[in-house]
Design a binder for this molecule. Sequence first.
Ligand SMILES: *Cc1c(COP(=O)(O)O)cnc(C)c1O
Length: 385
Amino acid sequence: MNDDVGTGLTTWIEVSAAALRNNLQLFRSLLTPGTALLAVVKANGYGHGLEHVARTCAGAGVEMLGVHGAAEVLALRRAGLELPVLVMGYLTATQVEQVVDPGVHVLVSSRRVLDVLGAHAARHGSSLAVHLKVDTGTHRQGVTPDEAVHLAREATRLGLRVAGVATHFANIEDTTDHSYARGQLDRFRAAVAAVEEAVGPVPHVHAACSAAALLFREADFSMARVGISLYGHWPSKETHLSWLLAHGRDGVKLEPALSWRVVVGQVKDVPRGSPIGYGLTFRPTRASRIAVLPVGYADGYPRSLSNRASVLLRGCRAPVVGRVCMDIVMVDVTDVPGVAEGDVATLIGRDGEEWVTAEELAELAGTINYEVLARLSPDVPRFLV
Ligand SMILES: *Cc1c(COP(=O)(O)O)cnc(C)c1O
């Protein structure tokens, strides 16, 4: 990419609305008809920009948005988005006061939060929706099935509406052996039945994340919570492999939605053997041309990519040389003719026939695609394209 895209910025992220819509449509076609879709937009929409993603999802007809905390609820409401929101993380009493209204569902694993919600509802004379989080074996958030029944009764007594029962899988992404997930599903079914026996039918029953929504129709219940794959990524190689083992073909075309660009700030020639950057960790074995990119780990480009990753320039790969700095990355463009100051480099995404994926960077950095995306600095401007 060497055209002037006219942003006037040094670095920015482009998010393809068409890709997001394609991925949502794909889940609509996979999920059992009638299953609601909750778009998980936590972590600034997995780095894609909360507002852009939420607006696109709302336009595409998703039923609910999933966030982690109070600040995201406020950001969504400030942006004028009226879709129901499920808060999946913890809320303090102060945050309940500040953000919970009848359009904000709260995933509850605590008697204390339930009491705060009950008092908040009573003061405002409105009915508030809670979802009970059942721990079926992840041993993270959530309560035992027995406690869920107890909390459901308490919620009803406090004038709250038990709008949902939910659980979360521990071990779908890391394996093609899904026996642990099946055990969780069995425990979840029993918990849902017990809660419904105690307080009547619950409209939103949900267990599936992306991996389960891709692989298991029996995890659909009445809603699926889709995060990473909404943005066009397989949760893991193992999940992709599980799909291939079950279907024998690549029937799912997820489209990555994000491209990250940066303008070349300087191009310089360095003699053979001259060390590049902090710590003198790279010494070219030939006279080299280096492009200096005004982006770094403060923007979310992991320092662990030092001397490992490549960026794209003029449709070619240019290896990162030397350490990734806070705000600067150096790349070797000796083999990319014509690179000039002002050219646009691609850190994640496509340029011509070449593509750098979040998965490639994650593998080189010793992490997962989720972390690469979620840690893209919110200060990098996002554009919906
Ligand atoms: C983040 C999250 C999801 C989404 O998971 P993906 O693997 O990104 O689809 C679903 N449910 C809960 C509770 C989560 O925290």
